[in-house]
Design a protein around this ligand. Sequence first.
Ligand SMILES: Cc1cc2nc3c(=O)[nH]c(=O)nc-3n(C[C@H](O)[C@H](O)[C@H](O)COP(=O)(O)OP(=O)(O)OC[C@H]3O[C@@H](n4cnc5c(N)ncnc54)[C@H](O)[C@@H]3O)c2cc1C
Length: 279
Amino acid sequence: MVASTETLRPRDLDEALALRTRTGATPFFGGTDLMVRHRGYTGTGPKIPGPVLFLDAIEQLQSITVADAAITIGAGVTMTQMLDHPDIPPLLRDAVELVAAPGIRNRASMAGNICNASPAGDTIPPLYVHDADVVLTSLLGSRTVPITEFFTGPGATVLAADEILTAVTVPVLPAGVWYYRKVGTRKANALSKLSAAGYARVDNGTITDFRFSVGAVAPTVIRLGEAERRVLEGARRDAVMEAAAAVIRPIDDQRSTAAYRRTVALNSLGEFLNKLEIT
Ligand SMILES: Cc1cc2nc3c(=O)[nH]c(=O)nc-3n(C[C@H](O)[C@H](O)[C@H](O)COP(=O)(O)OP(=O)(O)OC[C@H]3O[C@@H](n4cnc5c(N)ncnc54)[C@H](O)[C@@H]3O)c2cc1C
């Protein structure tokens, strides 16, 4: 029996999965979302309901593996460690560099950013552009889920009560044109009003791949599928923008207004189209 206030700090993945299955404990890596979400009165500790499963001592989660086609980042890798690694794809690097500030990045993981499931999570738009997968593991084995199918709404995912996100696999994209834009109230320690990521491959003057993703303009991060298709068909800029406008449906909240987010999201797409000289 595990008391609701007990903290669990397994050193091995099997032990962690057994504890997660038996107790339903909340996975905790850096705590930079959890500590804020469950903060108590000034001078008191956070009040996370139920047992807490600390993941920071599990060596199996701490690796970054590079293969020809993809890079796999363990759930126990901090954002600082990602930035220290030479093979992190440039688009993801640009996003991670703008998360919070060094103190937070020394603790925070990309897995936590994903599992927090905020539509404003800064690493998520680049992962959508890369068609990344998340690996979800339980005692029964692992399943691979496309990042675009992981989120079911704000704060909601398909992660089961006995699973832990163990790794993120990011396919390597051929050299191309990259775009990342984060819009916040200041340069550091600012949660995004919105963020956007893009990639285009240009072969002999023809765009052969085009991807664009935006965060904080819908209940989950979105890819602009129809706008992407129109770019590949050689459509004019107006037609591309029209397709984007149809799916960018932000809300007002404490960080920004819907109108501002919509305008800036479309401006971001416009900026990337300018870079590609799409008129
Ligand atoms: C001052 C400040 C500034 C911030 N700035 C930014 C910013 O600029 N951009 C941004 O995107 N975010 C920002 N954040 C939010 C936060 O730092 C990030 O979301 C971070 O990546 C969370 O990672 P973590 O390891 O600390 O997650 P935790 O707080 O440990 O966990 C977050 C969630 O993920 C779950 N979880 C964690 N790891 C796993 C796992 N392996 N398997 C299953 N579930 C798991 C937890 O149960 C929890 O629900 C900021 C936070 C603070 C306090």
